[in-house]
Each structure stands twice: as C-alpha cells, then as structure tokens.
Design a protein around this ligand. Sequence first.
Ligand code: ADP
Ligand code: MG
Length: 263
Amino acid sequence: MIDMTAPDKHPRSMVEVTGLRKTFGSLVALDGVDLSVDAGQVVAIIGASGSGKSTLLRCINYLDPPDSGDVWVNGHLMGIVEGASSVRRAKDRELRRHRADVGMVFQHFNLFPHFTVLQNIIEAPMAVRGVTKAEAIATARELLAAVGLAGKEGSYPSHLSGGQQQRVAIARALAMKPRVMLFDEPTSALDPELVGEVLRVMRDLAENGMTMLVVTHEMAFAEEVADTLVYFDKGKIIETGSPAEMMRNPQHARTQAFLQRLL
Ligand code: ADP
Ligand code: MG
C-alpha cells in the first residue's frame, strides 16, 4: 500500500483536539474533549450508544462544526469557530483542503448507489484535489487491489456484499490521500462472516503507518491494532490507556461496567 506517513512540516501531533464542546439544543454531546494522536498511531474509541463517539468524529472533520474548541490536523486548524481570532481565519479553499486530509468511513458505507465502484472512488479526488481522470483511475485501481477488490471497478454497490462495499468505502476515502482516517463503527452493520475482511484491510492500513481513530467494539481488533484505547461516557473521555491494560484492569467503575457488558 501507499506510504501515508511522510511528514508534513509540523512538529506536533497528527490530530490535536482541545476543549471540544458540541451541543444539540440543551443536549451536551461533547463536554470538553481533549485528545492527541501522534502520526502513525491508532486510537480505538469505545463507549455506550449516545455517549458522543460519532459526534466526536464528525467534529474532527467538521462535518458538524463544534460549538467551541480547536481541532488541528497535521498542523492545520480544521475550521473556524465563533469568536475566532484572525489567525484562525483561513481561506475557505484552504479549509476544504485541510478537511480533505481527514478520511471518514461510516457504519453504513454511504457509497453513491448510482455510481460504479470506480466512479465512487474517482469522484472526490477529481472534484476536490484537482486530480486528472487518468491519475484518479490509476490510483483507484491500485487501491482496489490493496483492499482485495481488483476487477470490481464496473460493479454497482448493490451488487456487492456489505464487506465489499465497506472495502470500497475505505478505498474511496484513501483515494483522497488523507493523513488521518476516521472509522465510525465500520463493521457493526456487517454480517459476522464479513467483519474479518474489513478488519484485515484496516489492520494493513495501520501497519502501513496510517493515523487512525476507530470507533469500534471489536475488542480483539482494538487490542491487536490500537496503541491507545479511549473510553467515552456522556461526552467525555473517562479513561484512556493501552488496550490490553485497560481491558484487563480498568481504573474507573464505569469503564469496568461497560467492558463487563461487552466482553
Ligand atoms: P454515539 O456515536 O456514541 O452513539 P452520538 O455522537 O451519535 O453518540 O450522539 C451523542 C448524543 O448527541 C446523543 O444523545 C444523540 O442523540 C445526540 N445527537 C447526535 N447527533 C444529533 C443531531 N444531529 N441532532 C440532535 N441530537 C443529536
Ligand atoms: Mg455513533
């Protein structure tokens, strides 16, 4: 696979989140989240349904702008929040480019159903990155081979299994040459026998040095692949540590109770 770890110019972490807060009306979905992820690191995020995991990922790539707090990716501020100082006022075009540094994979694949596999993958690089069609197709073929789907270029999503669709979704995200990949429960909509093929692609990606944040309750995967496990509760990070250590010896009662229900 392509080496995604070539450093840019910044000295700090690949992802730096500080004081992130997000409300929906009176509901506080993110209640002051600080998170720092070094280049090449994999962070697994667990927590009960409704605890804010998806909101965190969506705020990191500004699909949902946070109410306050900063998100830095690869040394670039990801968006403008209210009351922004002039230093934050990057041009729209720059913001779009920085957001393109963050790839996202959803639970329900979200492929364009009326596009072939190839069209799904080449669309954004041509529209956002300004890549030529020939170049986009060459990259798409390379990525399809890497996710084990060589020859599926002309298929439509509905003709693929869920596991294949999710691998296309991963290839589509990678085609933008992101510096960070966010996965939101990428295997939880899959039949059990299809989970492994998707996790295998994610493991490859991690081994090739991709920086990844993965919301998942696949604890064997988290233990094997993640450098850090984060336990999320009511919009806050309650506990963080090495996956093996945290699974065996959770420090907080709530982490303990959650893991007990899970394992
Ligand atoms: P998780 O991914 O951990 O299950 P979410 O981040 O999806 O949690 O949701 C956190 C909280 O924010 C939940 O209470 C959810 O109902 C609420 N929420 C998420 N998105 C929206 C939205 N667009 N509008 C209103 N409430 C939302
Ligand atoms: Mg969620």
